[in-house]
Design a binder for this molecule. Structure first.
Ligand code: BG6
Length: 487
């Protein structure tokens, strides 16, 4: 058995999001969110994320007129809302020290604009966090994970209009006050860098409502409002729960140059810098010069209220969290090259890497690389809050699932984390994505599974919702019990 150097206090666990697992989309006063409009398109190629995922104004109108859950799988999720105690028992059995969940804003403020919060929503999360604590599991809570109130999309153009920042801050203050004795670790916006990849889901901007030439400016403006929202949430968190920690959350789309052609190297450098832009603002507290130059060149005007830049400067995050699924490749000849998809982004295929059934490149060394690179840049603790393999599971005749591919994937990525720790990188924890199977964010499929725990449910909402342990469940349990020594 190899001896790794995971610190005693390393937070092993798993990650989820309300909109993909809770279900109960219209129970106990919950309002409709953007996720409730995202429909499963069985005929679309699951590798073609745009076809699967693109949402238009007409799609929203259609969604608002129906209570159907089959076509809109995030409405039923895996019914975590009613199963959470049994799911927490399974997480505790694996030895989880932390569980990443998100709060659905629409359970607390159904339309985002109410004067008073919805008590039933507050009670649900109070019970969820208390039950975690009882089992020795620390909550890590995302405030905004692809589930903003649909009302704000229709009446405020999503995050494009400034009042949404104030409404978000109001919601944050309510949950900080209510859970101040239960939650220490918080994240502001899930994958804040994904605003351009899927603007409806992230900032509630329905692009076909605006002229093409205005769309980029609108997205940057909405993003600015999120940056201010993130800084203010951090300010109030520190005031209301002084020992709590706030993290930003980005998708680390690590990009390699296709080869040592200096032009490819420069391109990859710029692609990485574009990816870092989002966390740079939240960590360094200012917009990078290259973005301001870009705005000038492209005639993009961002309206900032007096004091916005000071707020962003003063209230930076305590730690940097990120998702890591794959690496990308940049090439000046990209147009002529074979492409791979992944997480709604596209890059040139890397001949040295395997790809998953959904065309995502698997690159554990890239995680080691990303950890060194991010720590050198930010010098703040890092937290890997998503990583995992989406694949189809095959049920054996006895009902078991032998997911050796998943085990291999996690073995290699966990080793990469151990190697980065050896290099002196300060890593707070590791929460693999979809520790229990849930509805896929991009394709709304159930069959794209990430979990250590199997949920008996198919893409058409057929199944018992029963939970069972996969082979990887026992593997991860052993890893946690040995604090990362027994991989
Ligand atoms: C991340 C998201 O981008 O990737 C999650 O934060 C998502 O919400 C995860 O589920 C995996 O993507 P998908 O589309 O395979 O579910």
């Amino acid at each position: 058995m190899r001896k790794n150097n995971f610190p005693e206090e390393f937070l092993w666990g798993g990650a989820t999001a309300a909109n993909q697992c809770e279900g109960a989309w219209n129970e106990d006063g919950k309002g409709m969110s953007v996720a409730d409009c995202s429909n499963y398109k069985p005929k679309a190629d699951p590798k073609d994320y745009k076809a699967q995922h693109g949402i238009t104004a007409a799609d929203i109108e259609k969604a608002m007129k129906t209570d159907d859950v089959m076509q809109y799988p995030k409405r039923h999720g895996i019914d975590f809302y009613h199963h959470y105690k049994e799911d927490l028992d399974l997480f505790a059995e694996m030895g989880f020290k932390v569980l990443r969940v998100s709060i659905a804003w629409t359970r607390i403020f159904p339309n985002g604009i109410e004067d008073q919060p919805n008590e039933k929503g507050l009670t649900f999360y109070e019970s969820l966090f208390s039950e975690m604590k009882k089992r020795g599991i620390e909550p890590l809570v995302t405030l905004h994970h692809y589930e903003m109130p649909l009302y704000l999309v229709n009446h405020y153009d999503g995050w494009y209009q400034r009042p949404v920042t104030d409404l978000f801050v109001k919601y944050c203050k309510v949950v900080f006050k209510r859970y101040k004795n239960l939650v220490k670790y918080w994240l502001t916006f899930n994958e804040i860098d994904s605003v351009f990849r899927h603007p409806f889901t992230t900032i509630g901007v329905v692009t076909d409502r605006y002229p093409k030439e205005k769309q980029e400016e609108i997205i940057y403006q909405a993003l600015h409002h999120q940056f201010v929202g993130s800084a203010l949430a951090t300010k109030y968190l520190h005031e209301i729960i002084p020992d709590a920690k706030m993290g930003c959350m980005v998708t680390r789309t690590l990009t390699y140059p296709e080869n040592c052609n200096p032009k490819n190297c420069l391109l990859a450098l710029k692609d990485n810098r574009n990816n870092y832009f989002y966390s740079d603002v939240q960590v360094f507290g200012e917009y990078p010069v290259f973005i301001k130059n870009y705005w000038k060149k492209e005639n993009i005007h961002i309206h900032m209220e007096p004091g916005d830049e000071e707020i962003i400067k003063c209230y930076t995050v305590d730690f940097v969290s990120f998702s890591y699924y794959m690496s990308m490749v940049s090439s000046i000849d990209a147009a002529k090259k074979e492409k791979v998809n992944g997480n709604l982004s596209q890059g040139v295929k890397n001949p040295f890497l395997d790809i998953t059934e959904w065309n995502w490149q698997v690159d554990p060394t890239g995680l080691h690389y990303a950890l060194i690179d991010m720590y050198d840049r930010y010098r703040r603790p890092l937290f890997i809050v998503e990583n995992g393999l989406g694949s189809k599971d095959v049920l054996q005749p006895d009902g078991s699932i032998i997911d050796d591919d998943r085990i291999d994937y996690f073995r290699q990525h966990t080793q990469a984390i151990a190697d980065a720790i050896d290099d002196g990188i300060d890593i707070m924890g590791y929460t693999p994505w979809g520790c229990i199977d849930m509805v896929s964010m991009s394709t709304c499929q159930m069959s794209k599974r990430y979990g250590f725990i199997y949920v008996d449910l198919d893409d058409e909402n057929r199944g018992t919702y029963n939970r069972s342990r996969k082979k990887s469940f026992y593997w991860y349990k052993k890893v946690i019990a040995s604090n990362g020594d027994d991989l």
